[in-house]
Ligand binder design. Structure first.
Ligand code: COA
Ligand code: ZN
Length: 301
């Protein structure tokens, strides 16, 4: 296919979404080893930590140290997650290469995860965005529970599109649509993408799926068919949100890479090294990971 090969960029979220809720406890040095192993797999963009309350998410309490320990000579863009002004200031101090702000599309999850209504999360973004712009740091935002809220139920795509429009006005360059609890289907993935594009036409879209109810890879395929070319994934398929009941991991990076590359897309990631990294993760986390490729291996061999 040569020059015509379509490129899909994968944002690795294992060191943040992956580790924030895993029963295994990695030391700061083990987190840094995870990050450098991912770099060796070809990862160019990754969520490397989270600047939230350490009481809310103890596993991310050492994100400041993680950012201090990063190899800044590499070309990797390290993203810091934040959802309030204190977190934004901490992420700027940590010299994050990009800040990903968390908007919330559901009332129930918003209350438990960040003590904000959807509109309060948009207002917080509008307050914080100028700080990030002044610091010259690229700003993105992920709309969590964009396909369903574990406490309030169905989420109206109009609410998601309205949050996206407000984020666009705040100068956000890229919006992630997050299926935090894994309830999206390929058909509503298309519908939500279309709706968001109508109301926030100038932002780039990234899709974030959790494989909680078996539709994760199908949703990735639907997003790619809808023209999306940035997908979040976590090595091993580890992860989940501590404030979502029965949460499970993101779609696994190696599973997404396998599916896309077998279909002729280019990801720039090394499948063999990703599988090795998932197996290394099992040893440091002390439990098996959920990805299919770490068990079955690629094809053809
Ligand atoms: N970084 C570090 N500490 C923070 C913080 C941040 N970004 N934001 C608040 N805190 C601290 C406050 O300083 C305060 O500390 P203290 O008790 O020592 O005085 C404490 O947290 C409570 O602050 P408050 O503003 O009252 O927050 P809250 O208790 O209403 O909780 C959040 C709101 C947003 C801080 C909290 O729910 C949170 O961090 N949630 C993160 C959820 C998450 O990461 N989910 C997964 C990813 S989406
Ligand atoms: Zn997530």
């Amino acid at each position: 296919m040569g020059a015509m090969t379509r490129r899909i960029d994968i944002v690795e979220v294992g060191p943040r979404d992956g580790l924030q809720n895993d029963p295994g406890d990695l030391t700061t040095n083990q987190k840094l080893e995870f990050i450098s192993r991912l770099e060796a797999c070809g990862v160019k963009r990754m969520e490397s930590g989270s600047f939230v309350s350490p009481k809310a998410v103890p596993k991310m309490a050492d994100s400041g140290e993680v950012f201090r320990g990063l190899d800044r000579d590499s070309a990797v863009r390290h993203i810091a997650l934040a959802l309030n002004e204190k977190g934004i200031r901490r992420a700027i101090d940590a010299r994050a290469d990009e800040i990903n702000f968390v908007l919330v599309a559901g009332e129930g999850f918003g209350e438990r995860n960040q003590r904000m209504t959807p509109q309060q999360s948009a207002d917080m973004l509008a307050t914080c965005a100028p700080l990030v712009h002044e610091a010259g740091i690229p700003l993105s935002a992920t709309i969590s529970v964009a396909f369903g809220d574990p406490y309030s139920g169905e989420v109206d795509p109009a609410v998601v599109a309205n949050l996206a429009a407000q984020a666009q006005r705040a100068g956000v360059a890229e919006i992630g649509l997050g299926d935090t609890i894994g309830v999206a289907t390929p058909w509503n993935v298309r519908a939500v993408i279309d709706r968001v594009r109508m109301e926030a036409p100038d932002v780039y879209l990234r899709l974030h799926f959790h494989d909680t109810r078996g539709a994760g890879l199908a949703n990735v395929a639907a997003a790619v068919e809808s023209g999306i070319d940035v997908i979040d994934a976590s090595c091993g398929g580890i992860g989940g949100c501590p404030f979502a009941p029965a949460a499970t991991g993101n779609v696994a990076t190696e599973d997404v890479v396998y599916m896309l590359e077998r279909a002729g897309f280019e990801t720039g990631l090394d499948l063999g090294k990703l599988i090795e990294t998932a197996k290394w993760l099992e040893t440091v986390l002390g439990h098996p990971v959920s990805s299919s490729l770490s068990k079955a291996g690629g094809f053809p061999g």
